[in-house]
Design a protein around this ligand. Structure first.
Ligand code: SF4
Ligand code: SF4
Length: 303
């Protein structure tokens, strides 16, 4: 099962929930930190590092001896990564999405490819947890290729029945890349007007992607009831409510794993895991129930 944690905004406790859930399971887990612009799960899980890999993307390189400056590559490039000038041609590598269009249309076969490093991928472990994260190079504008690489590495890591993907905050391309084809999304929010606004955006994105989701309300005893009311209106289960606790802030500031220092956190994370499994089973029941009903209708029609 691929379980993703997401939140419309930063600072809701998403990574805290993801890391503590991984440790509380006490069984083989693959943990992938997809927030490649600001990876921080390693600060809590403190994995033993097993290796790093350079992550590259292919960008075009034009053979100036062959190029006739016809402009076909500039015309097809939807990302404004090529500028054909009267006497030369420029490729803005940072804008290139490696789509291959320019090579396809070049009548002179003047396009070849070279690798451009966009970041680093790290793999490690902590007890039964296999850990993967990525760090985007400073100045890089496009996290998705590195996030896809982190996800592929997580998928290649065998031996665990659950993969936890910690998505970046927000609702833009990096989040969509992180959540893509997850089995279930845990949306971590807080019951404040800002939290509600960003939760609404996150739910909108997740629904558009057709992914099932549940909500964790962190610091549930501050703020107001609007996040709960929104969940009820949208028919999204609230899987866990976590009360505010000053000790949590103190332990997080020290980089502690909460389930190891606060026994109630272990109970809460295990409860969350049970609730996620129940929610997934309920969804599977609905899907198979609908499939049965559909096949009954079809057989009724044909008989
Ligand atoms: S590979 Fe695609 S995005 Fe990159 S320069 Fe060529 S056409 Fe543009
Ligand atoms: S399509 Fe080929 S020949 Fe035409 S400008 Fe681009 S690289 Fe040069």
């Amino acid at each position: 099962m691929i379980l993703a944690t997401a939140s419309g905004k930063g600072g809701t406790g998403k990574t805290t929930v993801a890391c503590n859930l991984a440790v509380a399971l006490e069984s083989p887990v693959v943990f992938a930190d997809c927030d490649v612009e600001e990876p921080n799960a390693h600060l809590f899980l403190k994995p033993h590092w097993d290796g790093t890999e350079s992550v590259t993307v292919d960008v075009p390189e034009m053979d100036t001896a062959r190029c006739t400056l016809c402009g076909a590559c500039q015309e097809i490039c939807q990302f404004k990564a090529i500028a054909v000038l009267p006497e030369t041609l420029l490729v803005f590598q940072e804008l290139c999405h490696s789509c291959g269009g320019c090579a396809l249309v070049c009548p002179e076969k003047a396009v070849s490819w070279k690798a451009r490093e966009v970041g680093l991928l790290r793999v490690g472990h902590r007890g039964p947890i296999r850990f993967v994260d990525g760090t985007l190079k400073i100045g890089e504008a496009m996290p998705p290729p590195l996030i896809r690489r982190v996800r592929r590495k997580a998928a290649e890591t065998l031996g665990a029945s659950i993969t936890i993907l910690d998505a970046p905050p927000g609702t833009s391309c990096p989040v969509v890349t992180s959540l893509w084809e997850s089995d279930y999304v845990l949306l971590v929010t807080e019951p404040t007007p800002f939290g509600l606004n960003d939760l609404e955006l996150a739910v909108g994105a997740v629904k558009k992607m057709g992914l099932p989701c549940g909500i964790v309300i962190n610091r549930c005893d501050i703020g107001d009831a609007r996040a709960r009311e929104f969940a009820w209106r949208e028919n999204i289960p609230i899987l866990l409510e976590i009360p505010f606790d000053r000790q949590v802030a103190e332990h997080l500031a020290k980089g502690d794993v909460l389930v190891e220092v606060l026994p109630r956190w272990k109970e809460m994370m295990q409860e969350l895991h049970r609730n996620v499994l129940q929610a997934v089973e309920a969804l599977q029941g609905k899907v198979s129930g609908k499939a049965c009903a559909d096949s009954e209708i079809r057989s009724g029609v044909s008989s």
